[in-house]
Write a protein that binds this ligand. Structure first.
Ligand SMILES: CSC[C@H]1O[C@H](OP(=O)(O)O)[C@H](O)[C@@H]1O
Ligand SMILES: Nc1ncnc2[nH]cnc12
Length: 292
């Protein structure tokens, strides 16, 4: 069980480093699940140990479908991370969430289909709950950190995760709006599922960069438009992270929402039927429950 909190930050498009870290060192962390997106940046932010990972790698080399989400989460777990804050660019599916708005996501609809979605498999099967995919304790810290700033933070929202890399068609965008989704992006799944399997608290701040393609009053989405809004927002995102970090020191003991004990009720494969080779891969992610 983790003793003191370590904050992991996954930076999305436009966020390839964070400011204000002391004792900084970029270190490669190996994972039995393959190559993480980049080296991890270890440091201290406002007295709090943090580990930063640029989701697409520095220079934005890796597209959403080719991200090795398992290696990224496994490497963060091996680095002692207890809480992950994801920062992501998203399109808005609602008139009242204009570009520049930050959404503290609390639900996801996973429409991805070409990704490895679990650490578990034949030889060790697990089914974790994703009913509440976001950690309420970490989410609360993010909301508190935004108070008194000029960040426009909307608490709660459903993030539709599409496969990409192409943006959605008008019919798809309208379909997701009819499902009452709030924002659309390409990366938070299976990231959130894997964080849950690895017993790491996960919260996501989705930064609206565009109105996707449904909005009659706006041009269709382009990368140029997304990046120009994002560069405007990056300072606010960094300020938010700086205020979240010290709040973690108040998080004594395991998360009461169960994020850090999610595997207690998830494993179904009988001990004698487990595959030793898979168990070895699961050493960091599930060692807590597999070793007992
Ligand atoms: C550069 S626009 C599309 C790209 O941005 C988002 O990524 P991230 O969540 O890492 O900020 C979106 O999901 C797409 O991958
Ligand atoms: N409209 C959009 N669709 C998917 N991913 C995005 N990331 C930023 N804007 C997006």
């Amino acid at each position: 069980m983790p003793s003191s909190p370590v904050l992991g930050i996954i930076g999305g498009s436009g966020l390839y480093q964070i400011d204000g870290l002391t004792d900084v060192s970029w270190r490669k962390v190996s994972s039995p699940f393959g190559e993480p997106s980049d080296a991890l940046c270890f440091g201290t932010l406002e007295g709090q140990p943090v580990v930063f990972l640029p989701r697409h790698g520095r220079g934005h080399r890796i597209p959403p479908s080719e991200l090795n989400f398992r290696a990224n989460i496994d490497a963060l777990k091996r680095s002692g991370v207890t809480d992950i804050l994801s920062l992501s660019a998203v399109g808005s599916l609602r008139e009242d969430l204009p570009p520049g708005t930050f959404v503290l996501v609390d639900q996801f609809i996973d429409r991805t289909f070409a990704r490895q979605k679990s650490f578990f498999g034949t030889g060790c099967v697990a089914h974790v709950s994703m009913a509440r995919p976001v950690c309420a304790r970490l989410g609360e810290a993010v909301a508190k950190a935004a108070e008194g700033t000029n960040i426009s933070l909307r608490r709660g929202g459903t993030y539709l995760v599409m496969e990409g890399p192409q943006f959605s068609s008008l019919a798809e965008s309208e379909l997701y709006r009819s499902w009452k989704c709030d924002v659309i992006g390409m990366t938070n799944m299976p990231e959130a599922k894997l964080a849950r399997e690895a017993e790491i608290c996960y919260a996501s701040v989705a930064m609206v960069t565009d109105f996707d393609c449904w909005h009659p009053g706006h041009d269709d989405v382009t990368v140029q438009q997304i990046l120009s809004v994002l560069h405007g927002n990056a300072g606010l995102a960094r300020a938010l992270v700086k205020r979240v970090a010290p709040l973690l020191s108040g998080h004594a003991g395991p998360c009461r929402h169960g994020c850090q004990t999610s595997l207690d009720t998830a494993l179904i494969t009988a001990p004698e039927a487990r595959d030793p080779a898979l168990l070895q891969l699961l050493d960091a992610v599930a060692g807590r429950v597999l070793r007992r």
